[in-house]
Design a protein around this ligand. Structure first.
Ligand code: HPA
Ligand code: ZN
Length: 325
């Protein structure tokens, strides 16, 4: 079998997926119509043509604008159900999904509406054998008080929220800005993750570990600039949720052939492959595997290791992990 077929059939987990980033242009148009929300695009083709980014902020501006069509519980259900169907087609057996409540509550969409629709779709997938975790992200360009208020709003839903994360504009918003709210999330028994080292320096990765005490690092590319940090991540078995097509689209790497994934594997890091915001970056998880495996000429055993890492680095319990490993 060729490499793409091998990847297609390989059971895997996806650990870095922003559900709002799975909003395909077709659904953007359909929901804009259903909810009578104006969008500044003439056609699906015009939307896709607008997805050219020079950095993270360029993308985030369009990503927050796209969210405006998400209004009702059914919208969040449809969005999540469409992602799950697509992931299942990629042999994804377990998903850990991020959502950005502040992107919705800020626009007057209730927290209950957002979480209700997402959780209902995750329940339906569970009935088909796809397990999941839900991770609530704080927008790091907003202040810590706003994150605290978001955690307060989440308290009635902790039965369906497994962890908290940190996303949005990284540079200028170091992890330590959220020290107190992460400490409170930890005390509530939540898992902790943070985007770090996507555009931000290795010091932000150190801070995510030392100050926030994260269980996983999202991206982590720039950790490779700091040999002591690489050793620390390797020794600690810290999982990195790497997103190759995202890195390329956001100019975190100039060329996929220069992607750090092989160096991460060679350094003994628990790296995984993920799609981040597949509707914006041009591919779901298998497309990410194929693109990076082709660009780096990854061997079969390396591809298998990446898939195993996705279960090993997940928040599944030991029994469920053992079932997949
Ligand atoms: N980085 C930071 N914030 C985000 C991303 C990302 O890749 N995707 C959605 N929000
Ligand atoms: Zn991300």
């Amino acid at each position: 079998v060729d490499r793409a077929d091998f990847i297609a059939g390989l059971p895997k987990a996806e650990l870095h997926l922003h559900i709002e980033g799975s909003l395909e242009p077709e659904m953007l148009f359909a929901l804009a119509k259903r909810n009578a929300v104006a969008i500044p695009f003439e056609s699906v083709e015009a939307v896709r043509a607008a997805y050219e980014f020079s950095n993270l902020q360029d993308f985030l501006d369009i990503y927050y604008q796209g969210m405006s069509v998400l209004q009702t519980e059914q919208d969040f259900f449809d969005l999540t159900a469409a992602y799950l169907a697509r992931a299942e087609a990629d042999a994804v057996r377990h998903v850990e999904i991020f959502f950005d409540p502040q992107g919705h509550t800020e626009r007057g969409v209730a927290f209950a509406v957002v979480i209700g629709g997402i959780a209902r779709a995750l329940d339906a997938a569970r009935a088909r054998g796809v397990t999941s975790r839900l991770i609530m992200c704080f927008l790091r360009h907003l202040d810590e008080a706003a994150a605290e208020a978001t955690l307060d709003e989440a308290l009635p839903y902790l039965a369906v929220i497994d962890g908290v994360g940190l996303d949005s504009s990284e540079v200028g918003h170091p992890p330590a800005k959220f020290a107190r709210v992460f400490a409170r999330a930890r005390a509530l028994g939540l898992k902790l993750v943070a985007h770090a080292g996507e555009e931000g320096p290795p010091a932000y990765v150190h801070e995510a570990l030392d100050v926030l005490g994260v269980d996983r690092i999202d991206h982590g590319n720039r950790a490779l600039e700091d040999a002591a940090l690489v050793a620390r991540l390797a020794t600690g078995g810290m999982c990195l949720t790497v997103c190759p097509l995202s890195n390329h689209k956001l100019c975190v790497v100039d060329d996929l052939a220069a992607h750090p994934l092989r160096r991460m594997l060679d350094a003994g890091l628990v790296a995984t492959v993920n799609s981040d915001d597949p509707a914006y970056f041009g591919g779901y998880v298998n497309a990410n595997f194929v693109a990076v495996a082709d660009a780096l000429d990854l061997r079969r055993d390396e591809i298998v290791a990446l898939a195993r890492n996705s279960f090993a680095g997940s928040f599944l319990g030991e029994t469920d992990k053992a079932r997949h490993l």
